[in-house]
Ligand binder design. Structure first.
Ligand code: 13P
Length: 255
C-alpha cells in the first residue's frame, strides 16, 4: 500500500488581519521542525487579504498556503468572487472547497462544487473538499447517504487518475466548533467509508487519496484520532488560531 503522508491544515476561517498573519507565521516557524523532520505536511487556510503575507513569510518553509473559497469561472459578472487563475497568480497552492460553513451561510451547492473541484485541479491548485453530516442526519442513520451524495457529486467530473490529487476532509457538522469531537472510532468509520467511495471509482486512487478529519481537533485529542488507519490528518479550526496548538497537532501526526 503506498504511503500517505499525513497532512495537518489550520483553517483560520474569519480570522487573521495582515498584522495577525504576520505575527502568526513568524511564531509558527519557530515552533515547527524543519520540513524534512516534520511528521506531516502543514498548511494554512487563510483569508484572501492575508494570503500574500503568509506566502511571503512561509516561502521555502514547506508550509502550504490555501485560500478558503474560489469561483469556478475565470472571469464574468460574479461580483466579489476570485478565480482559480487569480489564486495561482498570487502564488497560492491550494483551496478549501465546500466547507460546511460556506454551504450553510453562503449558499455553496454540490452543483457549484462539481465545477469548482475540476477548475481548481485544472489551474494547478490542490482542492481540499469538505464533506460531512449534520447531527440530525447522523441520528437518522443518514451519514453514509450524505457522504455518498456529497463525494459523488463533487468528484463526478474528475478523471480517475486525478482523484488522488484531491484532499478530502470529513468534517461532521455536529463536531465543528462544538468541542464535541468525533470518537476515534466514528472518525475512522466515516473516513474509511469516504475512501471506499473513492475506491468505487479507482482502487489505486483510494490507496493514495488523503482523507482528513475535522471537528474540534485539539492537541489533547489529536494523537488518538490521527492514529486511526484511514485518518490521514486533520483540518483544524479554532485550535489552529494558536500556532503552538497547530505545531503540537502536527507533532501528534508522528504518533
Ligand atoms: P473546529 O476545529 O473549530 O471545530 O473547526 C473545524 C473546521 O471547520 C475546520 O475546517
Amino acid at each position: 500500500m503506498p504511503e500517505r503522508r499525513p497532512y495537518v491544515a489550520g483553517n483560520w476561517k474569519l480570522w487573521g488581519t495582515r498584522a495577525q498573519a504576520d505575527e502568526y507565521c513568524r511564531r509558527l516557524l519557530t515552533l515547527l521542525p524543519e520540513a524534512s523532520r516534520r511528521p506531516a505536511d502543514v498548511g494554512l487556510c487563510v483569508p484572501f487579504t492575508a494570503l500574500d503575507v503568509c506566502l511571503e513569510l512561509l516561502k521555502g518553509s514547506g508550509v502550504l498556503v490555501a485560500a478558503q473559497n474560489m469561483h469556478a469561472a475565470e472571469t464574468g459578472a460574479f461580483t466579489g468572487e476570485i478565480s482559480p487563475a487569480m489564486l495561482v497568480e498570487a502564488g497560492v497552492q491550494s483551496v478549501v472547497l465546500g466547507h460546511s460553513e460556506r454551504r450553510l451561510y453562503s449558499g455553496e451547492t454540490d452543483r457549484a462544487l462539481q465545477e469548482k473541484v475540476p477548475a481548481a485541479l485544472a489551474a494547478g491548485l490542490q482542492p481540499i473538499l469538505c464533506v460531512g453530516e449534520t447531527e440530525a442526519e447522523r441520528e437518522a442513520g443518514q451519514t453514509e447517504r450524505k457522504l455518498r451524495h456529497q463525494v459523488g457529486e463533487a468528484l463526478v467530473d474528475i478523471a480517475d487518475d486525478r482523484l488522488a490529487d484531491v484532499v478530502l476532509a470529513y468534517e461532521p457538522i455536529w463536531a465543528i466548533g462544538t468541542g464535541q469531537v468525533a470518537t476515534p472510532g466514528q472518525a475512522q468509520e466515516a473516513i474509511a467509508f469516504v475512501r471506499a467511495l473513492v475506491a468505487s471509482r479507482s482502487e489505486k486512487a483510494a490507496t493514495r487519496v488523503r482523507v482528513l478529519y475535522g471537528g474540534s481537533v485539539k492537541p489533547e485529542n489529536a494523537v488518538e484520532i490521527l492514529a486511526q488507519p484511514d485518518v490521514d490528518g486533520a483540518l483544524v479550526g479554532g485550535a489552529s488560531l494558536d500556532p503552538d496548538s497547530l505545531a503540537r497537532i502536527t507533532a501528534a501526526a508522528g504518533g
